[in-house]
Write a protein that binds this ligand. Structure first.
Ligand code: ITT
Length: 189
């Protein structure tokens, strides 16, 4: 597909579900992903971009290209909730409060990823989104997080019912990571 010189990138996250998706998306760009599992101290921030900047700050001084990302599940009829609180909300309460709140509200939702790449003192951000609706009940066992309740626009199955390749075809994360891949292909060193 894309001819590129091989590059190694360190991907830093506590979330094992993000790793194969990111690895597979970057592979055609000649990128070998090395995962460093790390629990970030995430700030209480209103925007994913702020969280990503804080993560990039935590990996200052690391060697080579270092990649982080922050993602969220946003529901416009709930003023963007759970958004930057997606992980906390799911860990504390599961899907129930969202499904209850949406009984009487529009079900549109989207995932958003902001990927952050650092090398030395330079840093770059890349954004990806996918739009759809919240399913009436969870379905499927693939993926992670909110995948069982997300129906991408035009699909009859949730992300959790899709194959990894199907999810990667259109997902927020893959869209952001393809931008990272293209950027790296264009870099001289
Ligand atoms: P990091 O260490 O990379 O921060 P995390 O799990 O805390 O891992 P985020 O803050 O970026 O990751 O993501 C918040 C939550 O959003 C995550 O725990 C999932 O519940 C949900 N999420 C993110 N990406 C998702 C995806 O592709 N499908 C379903 N849910 C997702």
């Amino acid at each position: 597909m894309v001819s590129a010189r091989p590059r190694s990138v360190t991907f830093v996250s506590r979330n094992a579900g993000k790793v194969p998706e990111t690895r597979e998306t970057l592979r055609p760009y000649g990128v070998t992903l090395r995962w460093r599992r790390k629990e970030f101290i995430e700030p209480q921030a209103a925007r994913l971009e702020e969280v990503v900047r804080a993560k990039l700050h935590e990996v200052e001084g690391w060697a080579g290209y270092v990649l982080v990302e922050d993602s969220g599940f946003f529901i416009p009829s709930l003023n963007g909730f759970p958004g930057v609180y997606s992980a906390h909300v799911l860990e504390a309460w599961g899907f129930t409060p969202i499904l209850e709140l949406l009984r009487s509200r529009p079900r549109e939702a989207y995932f958003r990823t902001v990927a952050g790449l650092r090398r030395g003192r330079s840093e770059w951000l890349f954004v990806g989104e996918v739009r759809g609706t919240v399913a009436r009940r969870p379905a499927g066992h693939g993926g992670f997080g909110y995948d069982p309740i997300f129906l991408p626009r035009g699909w009859k199955r949730t992300f959790a019912e899709a194959t990894p390749e199907e999810k990667n075809g259109i997902s927020h994360r893959a869209r952001a990571m393809r931008k990272v891949g293209k950027f790296l292909v264009g870099r001289p060193t």
